[in-house]
Write a protein that binds this ligand. Structure first.
Ligand code: ZN
Length: 686
């Protein structure tokens, strides 16, 4: 790898932060921490940390020697000075005389010595940074270094690659014991530029930010050069059938199998989302004849365990049609759970106090012939698992190319997975009501559809905004970040609808809620209008809903976790208005379509309901027509919208959106229509 250090950028950081009262040492620490953090081959999702020893003034203006070390929950690529909490250094150094220190006492002591009591927890590797004498210390989980040290026989290899430039530290779980071991080993080798923590990662250090950073670059480059030479071919391919089902077909089956509870048990299934990845390197790895050996030994650095579990689930190659696959995948998941439970029992209470077993489901799924899926309770968590899995493919491939992959022991990985300080990194945020669910909203680019997309996002669902107008869909989905997807799609084209659902399945794994909302009002006097108008209206206001619902049901049946179909019908379906025949007729058929789905798919847990909305300003009636109608009654548009209903309140797009959300949550309701029109007796259901 190449150094990305630039004197110009470094001075810009110093100048920019000086304006906020941040000293030069910390500004440069921010700069090189970001340089390391933005390289996924060095640092992934919270792995790695950095520090600087400096002096800052306390509230009384007295200079205090501190260690500014990465705080828990901060991403190195986007670090700021407040992500490097300052801990008083002298008290930390006094801990060196202790023989042992519990994790709880260590965390409490570190917190008690923070200059800012509201700062995040300093890294679990804080004492290691404190006990080494250098001003700057950098720590990464470089993939190249891991490939060299995750070996059956790594010691001679590490000597060959590094000579005396680094000290080797045997694997010890992070915390007080590792800090003491590293400090002792450094004291015997005070000339080294860094340390390899075997089966874990690499530290570099220096007197300046540049020196420590460039030593990291240099030491990682040595590992890369070793991996580039003398490689043997890896992963002879298994004999696989010629044709394989697509990721879009496979994902819903996998997603259903991994839901923490099937729909027919009382309560909602606890659904997960998937993130699909494939590439030449991934395919070579998952198609390998020995996949069940090298993929099952354990994670490449113990800190990944909490995100991916110790080993991934391997599924059989999915044949077109998936009949055999579904059965085999079901028993593979069963075996995974049994194996996880046995692993828990094997290690629980052996080295430390007894723990409570975590859920026994995989976080990474390998599918020969296809690729891999990251699994998570949220799309963000699924992407983290997939990123780590891709990184794992790289480390293990390189490791096997120069030797034989071997990470830390299973007992060490268990200690890490069940370590309270690691579990704390995952946070304990309360699950939102629709967390883990995927909602597709057609016509989601504006009006009621856009309001509905926002409402489902607010409830925790991943939201797919489908709209004929792609840029509008993109604008609505943009703030949803990982929980949003925008697709341009004309719902009257069955092929495009199928392609859109396929895309949703590869991005999120499947679909749980569909709000079939796209529509438009055609007008004309029924005895005189042209056939073409009526047929066009039926295409959009009836047949497109049928196409969308058919695709939704196909995916929902593959998942086997139920689902919710929601249709936007209209007052016209119940209470026709003059000249709105071309609109009301397909909407009346749509009301029956909703009931037909409720009738035929209830026993699969698929609910079908509708919202009957009227006089919403963003609704289908054109502003001109609305003005005309208001004027006919001697009212302004505002007055017309309020006065047309019993409650004398204007109906907003969000009122309709909330009705869709309520129906999505009403687990005992199907075949129902909710009216949202402020009250109109003539259009009420009877
Ligand atoms: Zn580490």
């Amino acid at each position: 790898m190449k150094s990305a250090w630039s004197d110009k950028d470094a001075s810009e950081y110093v100048a920019r932060y000086a304006a906020n009262g941040i000293n030069r040492d910390i500004a440069l620490r921010v700069y090189t921490t970001r340089l390391l953090g933005r390289d996924p081959l060095l640092v992934l999702h919270g792995g790695g940390n950095t520090s600087v020893k400096t002096s800052v003034n306390d509230l009384l203006g007295d200079a205090v020697k501190v260690l500014c070390v990465k705080g828990s929950g901060w991403d190195m690529a986007a670090i700021e000075p407040q992500g490097l909490p300052a801990v008083r250094l002298d008290p930390l150094l006094r801990l060196r005389v202790l023989d042992r220190l519990s994790d709880e006492d260590m965390v409490a002591f570190q917190r008690a010595n923070l200059l800012d009591p509201s700062a995040p927890n300093p890294s679990v590797e804080t004492l290691l940074h404190a006990f080494l004498p250098h001003a700057y210390i950098d720590h990464t989980h470089s993939t190249a270094v891991l490939s060299v040290t995750d070996q059956e026989n790594d010691e001679p290899l590490l000597h060959e690659v590094y000579g005396g430039r680094v000290a080797l530290v045997p694997y010890v779980k992070p915390g007080f014991d590792l800090s003491q071991a590293a400090a002792r080993i450094y004291a015997w080798n005070p000339k080294v530029e860094g340390m390899i923590l075997r089966q874990h990662g690499i530290f570099s250090f220096g007197a300046t930010a540049q020196e420590s950073y460039e030593r990291m670059v240099g030491l990682v480059t040595l590992a890369e050069q070793r991996l580039a030479s003398g490689r043997k071919p890896v992963f002879a391919a298994a004999a696989l059938p010629a044709t394989v089902a697509s990721a879009a077909e496979v994902a819903p089956v996998v997603r259903g199998l991994l839901a923490l509870r099937p729909w027919d048990v009382d309560g909602e299934p606890e659904r997960i989302t998937l993130a699909f990845r494939t590439s030449q390197a991934i395919r070579q790895y998952v198609d390998g004849a020995e996949l069940s050996r090298y993929s099952q030994v354990g994670v490449v650095t113990p800190d990944h365990t909490i995100r991916t579990k110790n080993w991934p689930l391997i599924l059989p190659m999915p044949e077109p049609g998936l009949a055999g696959f579904s059965v085999a995948a079901w028993s593979a998941v069963d075996e995974f759970r049994a194996r996880y439970h046995a692993y828990f029992v094997r290690h629980n209470g052996k080295r430390e106090a007894e723990k409570r077993e975590l859920d026994p489901y995989p976080r990474v799924v390998l599918v020969p012939g296809l690729g891999l899926f990251g699994v998570g309770r949220s799309p963000a968590a699924a992407h983290i698992a997939a990123d780590i899995a891709e990184n794992t493919v790289r480390v293990i491939t390189d490791s096997e190319a120069i030797g034989r992959y071997r990470p830390v022991s299973e007992a060490d990985m268990f200690d890490m997975e069940y370590w309270s300080l690691e579990q704390a990194k995952l946070g304990k945020a309360k699950e939102p009501p629709l967390g883990g669910q995927v909602a597709v909203i057609t016509g989601g680019g504006s009006g009621i559809g856009a309001a509905t997309a926002h409402a489902f996002h607010a409830e925790g669902a991943a939201v797919v905004v489908l709209d004929r107008d792609g840029p509008s869909a993109a604008a609505v989905a943009k703030p949803f970040k990982e929980r949003g997807l925008a697709l341009a799609c004309d719902v009257t084209e069955p092929d495009l609808v199928r392609a859109a659902f396929d895309r949703v399945c590869t991005v999120f794994g499947g679909v749980d809620i569909v709000v079939s909302n796209a529509g438009a009002a055609w007008q004309g006097k029924i005895g005189e209008l042209s056939d073409r108008i009526l047929r066009e209206s039926f295409e959009l206001n009836f047949f497109s809903h049928q196409t969308v619902a058919q695709n939704a049901v196909r995916v929902m049946l593959a998942q086997g976790t139920g689902g919710s179909l929601l249709f936007n019908v209209s007052k016209q379906a119940l209470n026709p208005g003059p000249n709105f025949g071309p609109y009301g007729l397909p909407k009346a058929a749509l009301l029956l379509l909703m009931k037909q789905y409720a009738l035929e798919y209830g026993d699969h847990g698929i609910r079908s309901n509708a919202v009957n909305a009227d006089r919403v300003r963003t609704n289908l009636m054109s502003p001109a027509l609305m003005e005309e109608r208001a004027a006919a009654r001697g009212l302004t548009v505002e007055e017309y919208l309020r006065d047309g209903n019993l409650l004398k309140r204007e109906v907003k797009a969000d009122d309709v959106a909330q009705a869709f959300v309520s129906l999505a949550k009403a687990r005992r309701t199907t075949g129902a229509t909710i009216t949202v029109d402020g009250g109109n007796i003539a259009a009420s259901l009877r």
